[in-house]
Ligand binder design. Sequence first.
Ligand code: NDP
Length: 331
Amino acid sequence: SRILVTGANGFLGAHIVKEALDSGYIVRGTVRSAQKAEELKKIFNSDKFETAIVPDLITSDYTEALKDVTAVIHSASPFAFGVSDPKKDFLDPAIDGTLNVLRAAHAAGIKRILVTSTVGTVLSKPELMSVDTTYGADDWLFVTYDQAASGTLPGFVVYLASKKYAELAAWDFAKEHPDINLTVLNPTVIYGPVIHPISSLKSLNASNLAIYSLINGSKVIPPDSVPVFCDVVSSAQVHVKALESKETYGKRVIFTKGPGTMYQILQIIHKARPDLADRLPALPEADPLAGKPLSKFDTSIATDVLGVKGLDLEETVLSTVDSLLELEKKL
Ligand code: NDP
């Protein structure tokens, strides 16, 4: 059967496409321009991969893109650390972009819809991750829409709020249209090899950028905002396995492998890639997060129902580093 993946040229989107193709689906990926479509077709080089051009998440018409599609994975959403206009940069494309594709899918009679959210939407306590608790599907990010729109919060928090309100819009829509089987995926920070087209390491996706900034010679250790991780291939598998899993209907599927602090990541790189030593920041004496509380997450649907365990931190970090070094040579 044929599925539509939005944001197919993104870091995670491209891995979802690959995983779905490998699982036997015909995949149509949306991108914003004809040029991006051509770049992506070259990467997958498969007659099972098609593209559709959706220039604007909020206003574009999906009629053509949804033709002969049986399920939709909506993964396109702005993800960056900076913000100038909270509504325009994050809230509107996330929320109205989700509603636009949901309405079009429903009008086209499509019943199976997956939306990529983030684990950030379950951080219900203001301490975020620095609190001894286990977050689960009943938790919701404490930040309100008005706070996010006010222009006073850091970009990362506005991003998380955009995902929260996009998710809530999707759940409301599914409640109004009970024939829709909605599943939401809530992965933690995702690292891993880059397979999507990028023209420069400056345009690297936001999460891998943290690892790149450790190895690019700037000798700066990025802050630990949400120090839990998962690898991109497993995260894509969670999406594709959920497609056929009735047990995930109406569920939020949280996915993480566990803690991954900047200190732990740097330690792994120092140990396994000594040739990079002169580019790396020195390892601090201790992990600033050691001995502090670090929240846990209920990942039972991803691990027990879908059977995706995730790669460990070392394998995830080193495959990311190797991929970024390859890109450095190529670009
Ligand atoms: P990328 O930035 O690599 O990909 C984002 C995708 O969304 C791209 O295809 C991009 O298209 C598209 N997109 C972004 N903004 C817009 C917009 N305003 N209009 C149209 N398309 C847009 O990010 P990721 O792969 O990391 O993120 C993919 C999804 O996964 C997002 O929903 C994100 O919230 C979620 N996620 C990511 C995590 C991570 O650590 N990476 C963790 C948890 C969730 P274009 O290339 O044209 O800009």
